[in-house]
Design a protein around this ligand. Structure first.
Ligand SMILES: [Fe+2]
Ligand SMILES: [Fe+2]
Length: 239
């Protein structure tokens, strides 16, 4: 048994990224709520904790047996981790969010008559997500990440301390955007399209679900790996 009931979700995914898929399949949020234990998360979702644990351990063993190699972000340089976050996850959002703003408007216009209540909520929620996320990405890219990179290049701990001062705020922004994504999943009944949906409707829901999945991976890297590593340098005893 690699994982046990008291393990924190964030730590499980940090050790074994494939666990993210298992959690997603069980509708467990491991990034914004990564501090919960496996047991707490299973109870909240009305799941059998032992069955969940067994699935986790089996998929871990399978990954090990197949020699799957993932990046070990726990030991990579901060600059490499930040480059990955910005070039993969931030770039994905910058590209996808404007497209989804248009799509959520379009399906509201076309299907508003029959599905107005759901689609106007989706439209509003997504655009709130977009606005919050845009400001958040700017704060990371312009303020916090450059401080971390400067600390790593020069060893100047004042820069690190300044970066760490902003982490609480970034974490609460993650929780806020995570809540919006949960609301979208709820309103759309886990992205299920109605029978009379057109191709654009289906495509929009598919894209919205991808945004959820990508944001979970993205926030996980920041909340469960980057931020704890930074805090641990400043407060080695407490961490
Ligand atoms: Fe980010
Ligand atoms: Fe972030």
């Amino acid at each position: 048994m690699v994982f046990i009931v008291s393990d924190r979700l964030g730590d499980v995914v940090a050790k074994f990224p494939g666990a993210g898929k298992v959690f997603k399949e069980n509708r467990i949020d491991y990034c914004c709520n990564g501090g919960r234990s496996v047991e707490e998360a299973a109870t909240a979702q009305n799941l059998d904790v032992n069955a969940l644990l067994q699935t986790l351990n089996q998929s871990y063993e399978k990954a090990v047996a197949e020699g799957e190699k993932e990046h070990d972000w726990q030991t990579e340089a901060f600059e490499a981790l930040i480059d990955h976050v910005v070039n993969i996850h931030h770039a994905y959002l910058q590209k996808t969010m404007p497209v989804l703003s248009e799509l959520t408007s379009k399906i509201l216009r076309v299907h508003g008559q029959h599905h107005g209540a759901e689609l106007s909520k989706v439209h509003k929620l997504f655009n709130t997500f977009r606005m919050d996320m845009e400001a958040h990405l700017i704060k990371e890219e312009e303020l916090v990440f450059p401080l971390i990179i400067e600390y790593e290049r020069t060893g100047n701990k004042d820069k690190l301390a300044l970066a760490v001062q902003n982490i609480d705020q970034l974490e609460s922004e993650h929780a806020a955007v995570g809540d919006i994504l949960h609301e979208i999943a709820e309103v759309t009944n886990e992205y299920q399209i109605p029978e009379d949906a057109c191709g654009t409707y289906a495509y929009t829901y598919e894209k919205l679900e991808q945004v959820e999945e990508d944001t979970f991976r993205h926030v996980h890297l920041e909340n469960n790996i980057l931020f704890p590593r930074l805090r641990a340098i400043l407060e080695p005893v407490r961490a």
